[in-house]
Ligand binder design. Structure first.
Ligand SMILES: [Zn+2]
Ligand SMILES: [Zn+2]
Length: 364
């Protein structure tokens, strides 16, 4: 079964890693079994989406897929277990929710797929994690340092991630002789076929601990809550994602860790409207200031500044204050600040004002 992963995710072959992630998030929400209770087709579709994502999300697998049209995993087709396997028991995600039709929070679901529920342990690198962080608008102006706690697999401290009990070492897997694969012979209509299967004992790594670590059962990693310090760069915008290298799940038996992706949500600010790197505000002035000109205080994200209002300013006129907008991400430049000035027509006049306006009317 050679499924077209790109087609399944509705992407072209030139899709970027971000495109792939986005398409996956959208489709997996759309086809979530929760939304299609009792629909077996939807479940299959959901599995298909997950399989396609797993094949394209990982750069190594993707390269293999692009080159050979398959990720080379023996598992894929038959069982259809896909991301549902989850049997490894790492990451603490329970997939039983699907079978029982219980509600599974989508957040948890992503956590499960990106983390523990990996179905192809051939890839020893730890899984990626995704989390969301909410920050204030002012944090995007100055940048900010945030601490957050995330659930992930971290290296086992008992065995330093090796999976081998103290005093014991990793040895060549006796079941597969270190190849990480075992050959399975099956009879078919066309004759005998040999199929390479992942070695269940070493999970493709080719090595097993002589004596498994008692704390992590030989995996070299354990589920934990980790504290992460996140530096949020100035200029970041709502909906952007930060990658924290190596802060995803620890790899199996000391293999490299996955990445942590932090999706940034910015709480709206009542005073400022952001447009790309520019900021927009609206301010009102009185009629004499509009006619005669004036100087007013304009609130920018960098504090108050003086804005010169020329004589004869019209209501709705826009003034630019150069480089008082948002910091441009990863540069030392700034966007601009635009002030829309509205002229306030007084609804009530004092007797004296009224007299003056009437006089003015006579003159003009
Ligand atoms: Zn251990
Ligand atoms: Zn083995």
């Amino acid at each position: 079964m050679a499924s077209d992963y790109y087609k399944i995710l509705g992407l072209s072959r030139s899709a970027s890693a971000d495109d792939i992630k986005q398409a996956y998030r959208k489709l997996s929400k759309e086809w979530h079994p929760d939304k299609h209770k009792g629909d077996k087709k939807a479940v299959d579709k959901f599995k298909e989406i997950n399989e396609a994502y797993e094949g394209l999300n990982d750069p190594k697998k993707k390269q293999m897929y692009d080159q050979f049209g398959s990720t080379g995993s023996g598992a894929g087709s038959g069982s259809g277990a896909g991301g549902f396997g989850g049997g490894q028991g790492f990451g603490g995600f329970d997939f039983s929710g699907f079978a029982g039709g219980q509600r599974v929070d989508v957040g948890d679901l992503f956590e499960g797929f990106f983390g523990g529920g990996r179905k192809q342990p051939r890839e020893e690198r730890g899984g990626d994690r995704e989390v969301e962080i909410g920050i204030d608008f002012t944090d995007t102006v100055t940048g900010a340092r945030k601490e957050m706690q995330i659930k992930k697999l971290r290296a086992c401290d008992m065995c330093s991630g090796s999976g081998a009990e103290k005093g014991s070492k990793l040895i060549t897997c006796p079941d597969c002789g270190g190849t990480g694969q075992i050959m399975k012979t099956a009879q078919s209509f066309f004759g005998t076929i040999q199929q390479a299967m992942q070695c269940p004992r070493c999970k493709s790594s080719g090595k097993v601990p002589e004596k498994a670590c008692s704390k992590c059962s030989g995996e070299g990693r354990i589920s934990d809550v980790a504290k992460i310090t996140l530096d949020i760069p100035a200029g970041i915008d709502d909906g952007q994602t930060l990658r924290v290298r190596g802060e995803g799940d620890a790899g199996r038996q000391g293999a490299p860790a996955g990445e942590l992706y932090v999706h940034v949500r910015v709480r709206a600010d009542a005073r400022f409207t952001r447009e790309g790197d520019d900021i927009r505000t609206v301010t009102s002035i009185n009629v004499p200031d509009a006619i005669l000109g004036s100087e007013i205080a304009a609130e920018t994200v960098h504090g108050s500044t003086t804005l010169k209002i020329p004589a004869g300013t019209q209501s709705g006129q826009v003034f630019r204050i150069k480089q008082k907008g948002m910091p441009v991400l990863n540069t030392s430049r700034f966007g601009d600040h635009y002030v829309t000035v509205t002229v306030e027509i007084p609804a009530k006049l004092s007797r004296e004002e009224r007299k003056l306006v009437e006089e003015w009317k006579r003159l003009s």
